[in-house]
Design a binder for this molecule. Structure first.
Ligand code: ATP
Ligand code: MG
Length: 425
């Protein structure tokens, strides 16, 4: 393997044995989105770098050190998208989707961040996200959260906790930021390097530091709650009331801040203790200032993104996978005449049984070797097509499990027989 080319670190392949589970998870999530009347938008993976620095924020981890940024052949600075919200806002503005409309949208796809790869943390990863524009909430905040609760429930996940907080207005955060900096500056030497840097650049981020010493310092620190404006407070209590009413349990975490600059008021995360340090499977919140910040009319907005790698891992680890074979019936063929007709027979079967999966044996070989492949395909039944059977207008149907009984049926009866057998199992 010395010289063979390997994939880029942090960029992984999804092999055929993994993709069915991914499709299952994606199917549940996108199905729920459709049932709430959300519409899909597909967005480019590459955007102008400026879009991200102006939205996510210059001094955030993402923009400072995680983006894949390069100059293209024209010298323009471009970046692979590290998240979906900025591009979604850009597209809505560019195509006039925010004029007298309140679009509820979803997207799915790859995101790129140059982080240290580990379980649940890749450099190319996948999100499903939703964004709603033009609605001030808190009714729509509640809808989004209730919808994420349904998604996780319908995936069958246990041990996930909803954490909730409000960040208030930009002005409230400004005042609080100052108070926090004043307090923490007195303990500069006790802070780790990361937090010392953040004290200058992005002090609120210190609140979700994983360092226990820092967390201990924060016990005595000023709390954002004391700086909140009344409107944000009543928005938050209404949201909590709606969630109570809907029976969605949550924990208010006053230190939940999120790493992106554009959030205000509602923020939330779904967190699990089953994935080590990579415990957040879904994160979102309100970003009422962002459209205006990008030169549009003031437009309230709220959204979230789910991390698919982490969800798929949870579904797998919690044993929620229902393996479904990729093949129902394997077609075994021997003899020249049989080979000639097998293709037509398989096409006829696919016409009459569009819900079933037929795999045709290709490449010849003995019956024995063909049955070996049939077993390996995971198929439940084999249809056996030999010249002798064919001459009589018949085919063999072999049960590949349970003793391997083989029966002979007329070609005309074949769809009915197979339908019966496959529905029985
Ligand atoms: P974290 O704190 O784990 O780095 P984040 O706050 O950077 O997460 P967001 O930008 O809010 O993450 O993205 C939403 C979700 O996308 C996360 O909750 C997580 O499930 C997933 N996610 C983020 N970064 C990665 C990554 N590098 N690899 C895999 N999934 C990721
Ligand atoms: Mg991150």
């Amino acid at each position: 393997m010395g010289n063979t080319i390997q994939s880029v670190r942090g960029f992984s392949d999804l092999l055929p044995e993994q993709t069915p589970l991914w499709r299952q998870v994606e199917g549940v999530l996108t199905g729920v989105l459709a049932r709430y009347g959300y519409r899909e938008i597909r967005l480019p993976q590459l955007e102008k770098t400026e879009l991200f620095s102006r939205t996510i924020g210059e001094v955030t981890d993402i923009v400072e050190k995680e983006m894949y940024t390069f100059a293209d052949r024209n010298g323009d600075s471009l970046s692979l998208r590290p998240e979906g919200t900025a591009g979604c806002v850009r597209a809505c503005m560019q195509h006039g989707l925010l004029h007298n409309q309140q679009p509820r949208l979803w997207y799915m796809g790859s995101m790129f961040r140059h982080e240290r790869p580990q379980k649940g943390r890749l450099r190319q990863f996948h999100q499903i996200g939703a964004e709603v524009f033009g609605l001030t909430g808190p009714d729509v905040d509640a809808e989004l959260i209730v919808m994420t609760a349904r998604m996780l429930r319908e995936l069958g996940l246990r041990h996930v906790e909803l954490q909730l907080n409000t960040l208030g207005t930009a002005e409230a955060r400004q005042h609080y930021r100052q108070a926090l900096v004043d307090y923490l500056s007195g303990y500069r030497d006790a802070l780790d390097e990361d937090s010392r840097r953040r004290l200058e650049t992005n002090p609120l981020r210190i609140l979700d530091s994983k360092n226990p010493d820092t967390q201990a310092l924060l016990d005595e620190a000023p709390v954002l709650d004391d700086y909140l404006d009344d409107a944000s407070k009543s928005h938050f209590s209404r949201l909590k009331q709606l969630l109570d009413e809907a029976g969605v349990a949550y924990r208010v975490n006053p230190r939940l801040v999120r790493g992106l600059d554009y959030y205000g008021r509602t923020v939330f995360e779904w967190v699990t203790d089953q994935l080590g340090a990579q415990g957040t499977v879904c994160a979102g919140g309100r970003y009422d200032g962002l459209v205006e910040q990008l030169g549009g009319k003031p437009t309230p907005a709220v959204g979230f993104a789910l991390g698919l790698e982490r969800l798929v891992t949870l579904v797998e680890d919690q044993g929620l996978v229902q393996p479904r074979s990729e093949v129902d019936v394997y077609m075994v063929v021997s003899g020249e005449a049989a080979e000639q007709q097998a293709l037509v027979l398989a096409e006829t079967l696919r016409d009459t049984m569009p819900w079933a999966k037929f795999q045709m044996h290709c490449g010849g070989g003995s019956f024995k070797s063909q049955f070996k492949r049939a077993d390996r395909s995971g198929a439940r039944f084999a249809v056996v097509l030999g010249d002798d059977e064919l001459a009589r207008g018949e085919v063999g149907v072999k049960d590949l499990r349970d003793g391997g009984e083989q029966r002979t049926v007329g070609r005309d009866e074949l769809p009915d027989v197979l339908t019966g057998l496959l529905n029985e199992q």
